[in-house]
Design a binder for this molecule. Structure first.
Ligand code: PMP
Length: 312
């Protein structure tokens, strides 16, 4: 049976032993950065594939740099810790891995400097987040996306996610699946945990990094598959809210949400209100890639259990 494990204070321990003190700086002030990595289960191959671990390690290092923290492990060591936590947990189902670098000092005082930080990793079983088959019904949020001059959205800062949580709850409590946040200029930024892509006249259009988005790994994956497998071109530019109403298709990308079509924005149907053909084709390419069914893209994958065999 599977037992969830964690990497905590330099060791792999059962998750139930990975506990922090109430005075921990990160708990009090949100001074931490995190990642989400998916492990996707392939039952025929009896294998769990971690998706783009190296890219998540790179991004958490960048997030940490912005927050004046660091990662004591090199890229390979950090990727190995992530793989070992999952392997030792023994899951044979889809999982979500959460690496985090957090201010671990047990001290009162709002600041970023002269504090200790540490790296932790935990793993938990995780199914669908949005419904990738039905698609998501979205609402423009009344909460604006936090600006780079306030808290940088390109860093996955724990405290920043209050902004996302406000938007997500507003959308769900109003009967929608997901929020679309506008930035301070009123342009489309992103979902509460997803990047957004619009399709107009066969072209993929997505907000530029300066529109206060997280520079998404699933987004890059989708855009690469669209270009290489479907010959589609991509434009990165600001998007107006009203453009989403007249788009041919809209979809969201994220580690948790995978690639989910958006079928409605503010109760306006996107296209004919059903997942569109380009989104569906891309989604199928994406799902086969992340589960080890696309030989051309296996370099994105870390097979958790085959890797264990190699090391033993
Ligand atoms: N935007 C936000 C705000 C997110 O939290 C996420 C999820 N990490 C994304 C976009 C998508 O990024 P990725 O595809 O790298 O998971």
């Amino acid at each position: 049976m599977a037992t969830p494990m964690a990497f905590f204070r330099g060791q792999i321990v059962p998750l139930e032993q990975a506990n922090i003190n109430v005075m921990t700086h990160a708990f009090n002030y949100g001074t931490a950065v995190f990642e989400g990595v998916r492990g996707n289960w392939n039952a025929e191959q009896n294998e769990l594939y971690l998706f783009r671990v190296e890219d998540h390690v790179k991004r958490i290092r960048q997030s940490a740099k912005i927050m004046r923290m660091g990662l004591r492990f090199n890229d390979e060591e950090a990727a190995n810790i992530i793989q070992q936590v999952v392997e030792k947990s023994g899951f044979k189902e889809d999982v979500y891995v959460r690496p985090m670098i957090y201010m671990s000092s047990e001290i009162v005082g709002v600041r970023m400097h002269n504090l200790e930080w540490d790296f932790l990793v935990y793993v938990t079983p995780f199914g669908s987040y949005l419904d990738p088959d039905q698609g998501a019904r979205c609402a423009t949020s009344s909460w604006r996306r936090v600006d780079d001059t306030e808290i940088p959205a390109r860093a996955k800062v724990n405290g920043l996610y209050v902004n996302n949580a406000m938007a997500k709850s507003e959308a769900q409590l109003n009967g929608f699946d997901e929020a679309i946040m506008l930035n301070q200029d009123g342009h489309v930024s992103e979902g509460s945990g997803e990047n957004i892509v619009m399709i107009r006249n066969g072209k993929l259009i997505t907000p530029a990094p300066s529109d206060n988005i997280l520079e998404g790994i699933t987004l890059e994956t989708a855009l690469e598959l669209a270009a290489k497998e479907m010959g589609l071109s991509v434009e990165r530019r600001s998007i107006d809210r009203s453009e989403l109403y007249i788009a041919d298709e809209v979809f969201m990308t994220g580690t948790a949400a995978h690639l989910t079509p958006v079928v409605e924005v503010d109760r306006v149907p996107v296209g004919d209100g059903k997942p569109g053909p380009i989104s569906k084709r891309l989604q199928s390419l994406y799902f086969s890639s992340i589960t080890g069914r696309q030989p051309a893209y296996t370099s994105w994958l870390t097979p958790v259990y085959a890797r264990a065999g190699v090391r033993a």
